[in-house]
Design a protein around this ligand. Structure first.
Ligand SMILES: Nc1ncnc2c1ncn2[C@@H]1O[C@H](COP(=O)(O)OP(=O)(O)OP(=O)(O)O)[C@@H](O)[C@H]1O
Length: 279
């Protein structure tokens, strides 16, 4: 669905990607993680065709995004981190923008707004940043595009809205859609994403499904010094050492995305070995 091959991209002299290859399949919600300034937004903009690779290729739904063909644009949507919405009523916003998306569903849009507690008759002008974001997310989902990219979508959402966000995204995915969410708010993605991709300085540090992570890594509290020493990552807590370790005994543990991220960033080579060694 999205195939990136040998992507090179620079902002003038600043190199961001130097041969990145990566693919994304339909039917999944991907979590794209990485430290500040590593190129997550740049990658999403390349996928969307608003930035162009200097070398390499990007194929999305059989299109080259940079060509900005209408057939591609009507089937892909990005919710950027920073966005502008005009000072008009929600009705007006929908009537001006929905015609560009053939699968836009007005009933779905109304349902999402209701979930987010946004009155339909409101004007965008009177809304806070978080409320506008909810309108944009509702619109994005109601467009029913095959590709949905979201850059820090939960930023600015209050605590209740973050759970509503997870609920609406989970309800909107189907086998034909591919959703990529770039975020630092990993807790907001828990129980939502099914694959984690971590990039760093233009390289892929880690790229695994949630199923594989849960079968190959264990997230638990340990009081055993030997075990703690061997762990990929440890953090002291009041309850004992919280560790990320190989899942030697096929135990079931709840994935802690924050701990996983720290383990990969500090000890990525070792973490990746457990994924290579097993069938
Ligand atoms: N328009 C631009 N011109 C020049 N440099 C840019 C531009 N946009 C981004 N950069 C630089 O490119 C690098 C990657 O930026 P990008 O926004 O893709 O990172 P990010 O991983 O999304 O970061 P964050 O997590 O902070 O949102 C950063 O070092 C940034 O300073």
């Amino acid at each position: 669905m999205i195939t990136i091959h040998n992507l090179h991209f620079s902002y003038k002299k600043k190199k961001i990607f130097n041969g990145l290859s990566l693919s994304f399949s339909p039917g999944h919600i991907y979590g794209l993680l990485g430290k500040n300034g590593t190129g997550k937004s740049t990658l999403l903009k390349n996928i969307m065709g608003s930035l162009f690779p200097s070398q390499g290729s990007i194929n999305v739904l059989g299109y080259q995004p940079g060509k900005r063909q209408p057939a591609f644009l009507q089937d892909a949507f990005i919710v950027p981190e920073e966005f502008y919405l005009p000072d008009v009523a929600i009705e007006k916003f929908v009537s001006c923008n929905a015609p560009f998306y053939p699968r836009f569903s007005r009933p779905q849009f109304n349902t999402y707004l209701q979930e987010f507690d946004i009155p339909l008759e409101n004007s965008l002008q009177q809304m806070s940043y978080g409320q506008k974001k909810k309108v944009l997310i509702s619109f994005a989902l109601a467009c029913n595009t095959s590709i949905l990219l979201m850059d820090e979508p939960s930023n600015g959402l209050d605590i209740m809205s973050k759970s509503q966000f997870r609920k609406v995204i989970a309800g909107a995915i189907d086998d034909n859609k591919c959703v990529i969410i770039s975020t630092h708010q990993v807790k907001d993605l828990e129980n939502l994403i099914d694959r984690i991709t971590i990039i760093d300085e233009g390289n892929i540090l880690f790229d695994q499904t949630i199923d594989d992570i849960s079968s190959k890594l264990s997230f638990r509290i340990s009081f055993d010094d030997e075990e703690t020493k061997k762990a990929f990552y440890k953090e002291e807590s009041l309850k004992g050492n919280v560790i990320v370790a190989p899942n030697t005994y096929a135990e079931e543990s709840k994935i802690d995305l924050e701990l996983l991220y720290k383990a990969v960033v500090t000890n990525g080579n070792n973490v990746n070995t457990v994924f290579k060694n097993q069938p």
